[in-house]
Design a protein around this ligand. Structure first.
Ligand SMILES: [Zn+2]
Ligand SMILES: [Zn+2]
Length: 188
């Protein structure tokens, strides 16, 4: 269930021989994507700048994917803006590799690779999306030092100091283990 539409590239004469390279850049008019519980909108879609290389046994796809993603800050719930720039590194083999040995447990742990389709095309959409997801943080913040919301009154502490934190500290001192010292009358 890919979030991106297929991005099919024909492996044609330009990539016929080992060492042949093909630049591929463009724009995907993708509106959004999600990672875990986070949804992001992509006001400017996704830009990619890739190089396809015939590496002998397959097509190596490398390059950069860029997108501006808008989400919601986990701490203060204000909009959070992310500038994402991810690296693509994907290998599409011409043929499924011969298995050197049979291992029944191999299915899930096997090396991840893609294949060039029988119609001599590759779909680089998953590689583009993976590059973006790699760069997307699991904790989304509007800014690195976001102060978040006051747990007592809900004020956005980036915008104003509601004073609750100071009150809490005072209370902790009053109720803390040394509180009794404050009430001792040392002159008596
Ligand atoms: Zn925030
Ligand atoms: Zn407060």
């Amino acid at each position: 269930m890919s979030q991106l539409d297929a991005l099919i590239v024909k492996v044609d004469d330009r990539l016929a021989n080992p060492g042949d390279m093909l630049s591929l850049n463009g724009h995907i008019d993708q509106k959004s994507f999600s990672l875990g519980d986070h949804d992001f909108t992509l006001p400017k879609g996704i830009d990619y700048d890739l190089v396809l290389t015939n590496a002998g046994e397959g097509i190596l796809v490398t390059g950069i994917v860029k997108a501006q993603a808008d989400g919601v800050c986990d701490r203060c719930l204000d909009p959070a803006h992310l500038d994402l720039s991810g690296e693509v590194d994907e290998y599409f083999l011409f043929e499924e590799p011969q298995k050197v040995y049979e291992d029944e447990a191999d299915e899930e742990e096997g090396v991840d690779f893609s294949l060039v389709s029988d119609d001599e095309t590759i779909d680089v959409a998953d590689a583009v999306l993976a590059a973006l997801l790699m760069e997307t943080p699991y904790i989304v913040l509007c800014r690195e030092d976001c102060k978040g919301l006051c747990p007592t009154c809900g004020t956005n502490l980036n915008e104003e100091d509601c004073g609750c934190a100071a009150t809490r500290e005072e209370q902790q001192i009053l109720e803390g283990p040394f509180a009794a010292l404050g009430t001792l009358d040392l002159n008596d």
